[in-house]
Structure formats: C-alpha cells, structure tokens
Design a protein around this ligand. Structure first.
Ligand code: UT7
Length: 324
C-alpha cells in the first residue's frame, strides 16, 4: 500500500469587478489589441475596496469544501500560496482557518510567487504521505491589483485577483502510476534571476508593500524551456511521459508561453486548460482557479492524468503530476 494525496474537491472565487482591456487604454498608451495579441488576456477581476486576499481565499475554500462534501472540521491543515497577504503576519492561512470556524489543525502560507500553488501542493502531498495530515486544504489566493504600478503599462495590464482551492485527502494506492492522487512533483528555484521579477518594497527594506517590477521579455525567455523541463522531470519521476497526459493545467501568465510549452511537450492545445483570457495572471491563484473552472465544466474524468506547471518570481518553477 502507498499513501496518496487525492483531490476530492475544488473551488474558486473571483471578485465581482471585471475590467476589460479597453479600460486601460483610457489612461495608458496601450490597446486591447496589444494586450490580447501579446498575452492572450482580454479581461481580469479586481478585488473591491476592503476585499482582501483572505476573503477571496475563504470563499474559494468554502466552495471546495462544499464540492468535496465535507466540513472545515474534517480538515487537518490549511496551506495558502500567496505573495499578497492581508498583512505581513499572521499567515493568511490562519485567517482562513478562523474564517472557516476551524479551531484545530495547523495553517501556514507558502511564498513562491506564481509557482506558489505548485510548491504548496507538493508540500501538502509530503505532509499527507508522511502521515502528518489526512486532509489538507490547499489554496492559491492573490490580490495583485494591490501591488501594481498603474503607470507601468508593461505590467499593470497583465495581472488580476482571484482564488482557487483544492481539498486533498489521504487514500491508499497500489504504488503504481495508475493510482489516483499526486504521483510526482519537481520543484526548482534559481535566485540569480531574482531581479527579473520582484516587488520594490518590503518589511525589511522600505517598510512598504512596494510595486511589481518585471523584465517581461527576459522572464518569457526562461519560461517555455524551464516549464517543459520541469514537466518532463515530474512525469519521468511518475514513470510517465507527455503522451500519457490527458490535461495540462498551466500557470496562466501568457497564452504564448502556454502554447510554446505545450508544443515543446508535444501536447495538443485541446488538452490544455486556458483561462488567461478571463482571469489575467493571478499568480499563485491561477492554477487552482483553472483547475476548479475546468472541473466545474466537467472536463476531467476520473483517472485522467493532470499535469500542473508554473514559473514565477525567484525565479521559481515546478510541476505536479496527479491522477484525477
Ligand atoms: O507570472 C509570472 C511569470 N511572468 C510571465 O510569465 C510573463 C512573461 N512575459 C510576458 O508575458 C511578455 O514578455 C509580456 C506580455 C510581458 C510582454 O510581451 P513581449 O512580446 O515580450 O513584449 P516586450 O516586452 O518585448 O515589448 C514590446 C513592445 C515594447 O516597445 P518597443 O521597446 O518594442 O518599442 C514595449 O514598450 O511593447 C511595448 N509595450 C506595450 N505596448 C502597448 C509594453 N507594454 C505595452 C502595453 N501596450 N501594455
């Protein structure tokens, strides 16, 4: 018997306000045509004043718990992947824990920017496989609108707010790649590239939250190659190859990166979940949002092999291979 972390529920939440590309053209030298052709993004959601990352996370968590048919008291641990916490501390995860009415278990945040959800999933898997937790709520939640420089057209048109969540549960498997649940993962970071994508503020430096800065073309240059490599490594660890993949659920930063990675892996685009046109880049929330939207659309069948891959600031990147 091999213990596996199986997805038993998914959920998501998007703030009510939808901002179309054309809205940016009113204040910036940009256009709907430029944004869509360069990134694939058509619109994104922005959180309302007074609506925080924890609010988004709690709503997504409630949705995932309902989907799994369990209650918060059935959860042992809450892990939130975010780079836009409500406050420097405590962790958003503890706010989620309290918001759900949980008084037991443990809760913490993971910060690996856009790769955060993949890092959180891999860690939650480790906790389940090692017996530290039986059911883990893994959430990606972000309010990137709060760290945008609204005068920088190269970044502020790309990001959005939202949250997605999955419930993982320990199940017994046979130890083969036919098992349901997380089969393998691969995580990487290379801090030499930290200046390519960062926030120019923080607790220990400016004492402010700061604004996102990105050398987009340089990040793009790394993305396809590193994503294809990490996906291949994770598949290899599971004893599988790209031909076995039923669905790719990539980080939703740029449609050209998503297409390029799929092409490099040899996976056809009708097997790739794409939500970037409606959500923009929601950083750590993008994969769980896409997972939940696709699940609600009934796109995943039990037993489907799902590959999640992401890259972001750090640079940090990774992949998780799981069977639905
Ligand atoms: O989620 C974390 C990981 N992040 C990513 O994966 C993002 C990776 N990078 C990208 O997605 C793309 O590089 C961008 C979408 C950010 C930019 O696309 P690009 O094709 O790499 O464009 P570029 O940065 O090379 O810019 C091309 C031109 C520039 O003008 P010049 O220098 O050629 O005259 C920019 O100034 O487009 C200009 N530009 C814009 N024009 C109209 C930049 N932003 C805009 C804009 N509207 N919003």
């Amino acid at each position: 018997m091999t213990r596996r972390a199986v997805v038993i529920g998914t959920g998501h939440y998007l703030p009510q306000r939808v901002v179309e590309n054309a809205e940016f053209a009113r204040t910036l030298d940009t256009s709907d045509e430029w944004i869509e052709s360069r990134s694939g993004i058509k619109r994104r959601h922005f959180a309302a004043e007074g609506e925080y990352t924890s609010d988004l996370a709690i709503a997504a968590a409630r949705d995932a718990l309902a989907d799994a048919g369990i209650t918060a008291s059935d959860i042992d641990a809450v892990v939130v992947a975010t780079s836009t916490p409500d406050m420097t501390f405590p962790a958003v995860a503890t706010q989620v824990q309290d918001g759900l009415g949980m008084t037991g278990g443990f809760a913490f945040d993971v910060q690996a920017v856009c790769a955060g959800f993949v890092f959180a999933l891999a860690n939650a898997n480790g906790m389940i496989v090692s017996g530290q937790a039986r059911r883990v709520l893994v959430i990606g939640a972000e309010t990137f609108s709060r760290i945008m420089d609204w005068t920088d057209r190269a970044t502020c048109v790309l990001f959005g707010d939202g949250a997605g969540a999955v419930v993982l549960e320990a199940r017994d498997g046979a130890g083969t790649s036919d098992d349901r649940g997380i089969l393998a993962s691969d995580l990487n970071s290379d801090g030499r590239y930290r200046d390519l994508l960062y926030v120019d503020g923080g607790v220990s430096t400016s004492g402010t939250a700061g604004h996102l800065r990105m050398q987009g073309r340089e990040v793009f240059r790394h993305a396809v190659e590193k994503l294809a490599a990490t996906a291949t490594t994770a598949l290899d660890r599971a004893g599988l190859g790209a031909a076995d993949v039923d669905w790719v659920v990539p980080h939703q930063a740029n449609l050209r990166i998503i297409r390029g990675t799929a092409q490099k892996l040899g996976v056809s685009m009708d097997r790739v979940v794409v939500t970037v046109q409606d959500h923009g880049n929601t950083s750590a929330a993008s994969i769980p949002l896409a997972l939940s939207v696709a699940a609600r659309e009934g796109r995943f069948a039990p037993g489907d092999l799902v590959l999640c891959e992401a890259i972001g600031g750090g640079l940090s990147w990774g992949a998780v291979v799981l069977r639905w």
